[in-house]
Design a protein around this ligand. Structure first.
Ligand SMILES: NC(=O)c1ccc[n+]([C@@H]2O[C@H](COP(=O)([O-])OP(=O)(O)OC[C@H]3O[C@@H](n4cnc5c(N)ncnc54)[C@H](O)[C@@H]3O)[C@@H](O)[C@H]2O)c1
Length: 363
């Protein structure tokens, strides 16, 4: 199998490392418009052929299972994705999928025209043992009817482009990143929530975004993205609606919290919805009030969150059962992230039907 990397930055390297854990050899090629980034990548991986742009890398004839990974900043996701489909290859695009829903729809159109798969790397948390443990608890029915989910992930200071990966200032510039913590982390939340609850539709009933002021705010670069967001969501499911209290922050004056708690009429389950090895806690009524116990953990896998995007996508390309986020589902998850911004800006609730082709023209 051949994997073509567009972008030779931080995340591209993790895909090379992931390939070593998959069965069957994977040959890489890499393209980057920055000679310096390309040279640095070449020092780490001298055997991987390097190209100055995606077009020259993709010029060789395609094979049936070739994969292009688009590992550039969001403003540079669309063009290489369209080039890759035009070259007859499958595309695994980094998150957030695109800058806008219009771009995401154009990607899906191109995938369908080429008859190739479009996948999104937002599946890093799909397949983690604690997520699978929660899924098993859910499917066991022990929680009764689901009523409410509290989903909170707040760092006090972990802003991409400032405290995290300060060399990549593009994270802070909306015209390059498309947005802040919601575009950066919201895709993971949506990929995980859809994996756990398989909604037919998601409503965003209220949302807010903000940029809490800190003494470390840069003044030498554009910094116009949000670093905190909160929303009320409703996941509409055949088994009943689930109200979600959603909070995400990479910079906040509030307490650092990484905690999901799902309430049902017969029990609750609590976990850290992050890259965590913390226990999954089940609480049920045992006569004298709630009793808390650790849910039996699912076995740990050899994969990390950085391995799952390529692993799941390769499974899909090879026709195996897969947790990849593909095609229409990937676009709908992205539309939901964009809807959070729209609801925050307008105050008007929005609904995103999942898998419904008639939504394709809605911005
Ligand atoms: N850094 C992380 O921890 C992380 C984690 C998950 C996902 N991601 C996602 O991965 C993507 C890339 O992030 P990164 O952290 O690797 O960024 P980065 O800044 O480290 O690297 C981006 C690279 O893309 C190159 N590039 C820009 N435009 C290009 C083009 N048109 N053609 C070829 N190369 C081009 C740049 O020269 C640079 O080398 C983003 O979508 C980001 O959200 C990053």
């Amino acid at each position: 199998m051949r994997v073509y990397l567009v972008g030779a930055g931080v995340i591209a390297r993790t895909h090379v490392e992931a390939a070593a854990k998959l069965d069957g050899p994977i040959e890489f090629r890499v393209a980057d418009v920055s000679p310096a980034m390309l040279a640095a990548f070449g020092e780490a991986y001298p055997d991987i052929p390097r190209y100055p742009d995606a077009a020259s890398m993709l010029a060789e004839p395609a094979r049936e299972d070739d994969i292009v990974i688009v590992a550039t900043p969001p403003f540079a996701h669309l063009e290489p994705t369209l080039q890759a489909f035009a070259s007859g290859r499958h595309v695994l695009c980094e998150k957030p999928l695109a800058m806008s829903t219009d771009e995401a729809e154009r990607m899906l159109d191109a995938a369908e025209a080429a008859g190739r798969l479009l996948g999104c790397c937002s599946v890093r948390f799909r397949g983690l043992p604690h997520t699978e443990t929660v899924k098993r608890v859910l499917n066991s029915g022990v929680l009764g009817e689901l009523t409410h989910l509290s989903w909170v992930n707040k760092w006090a200071r972990s802003r991409s482009g400032i405290e995290y990966q300060p060399a990549s200032r593009w994270f802070l510039d909306r015209s390059k990143s498309g947005g802040g913590v919601l575009m950066d982390w919201g895709p993971y939340d949506l990929a995980t929530l859809t994996d756990l609850f398989a909604p037919d539709q998601i409503s965003v009933t209220a949302a807010t975004t903000s940029r809490p002021v800190t003494s470390a705010d840069p003044s030498d670069t554009v910094f116009d993205v949000e670093t905190a967001a909160a929303a009320s969501l409703v996941l509409h499911r055949a088994a009943g609606d689930l109200l979600v209290d959603f909070q995400r922050a990479s910079g906040t004056h509030g307490e650092e919290i990484f905690r999901a708690e799902l309430e049902g009429t017969r029990g609750s389950v609590r976990w850290a919805p992050f890259d965590s090895e913390a226990d999954v806690i089940l609480r049920t009524d045992e006569g004298d009030g709630p009793v808390e116990r650790v849910a039996d953990p699912e076995p740990r896998a050899p994969f990390t969150i950085f391995d799952y995007p390529l692993k799941h996508f390769v499974d899909a390309v090879r026709g195996r059962p897969s947790r990849a986020l593909l095609g229409r589902e990937a676009v709908d998850a992205f539309r939901t992230v964009r809807a959070l911004y729209e609801v925050a800006a307008t105050g008007e609730p929005a609904s995103i039907p999942f898998g419904d082709q008639t939504t394709r023209t809605v911005a």
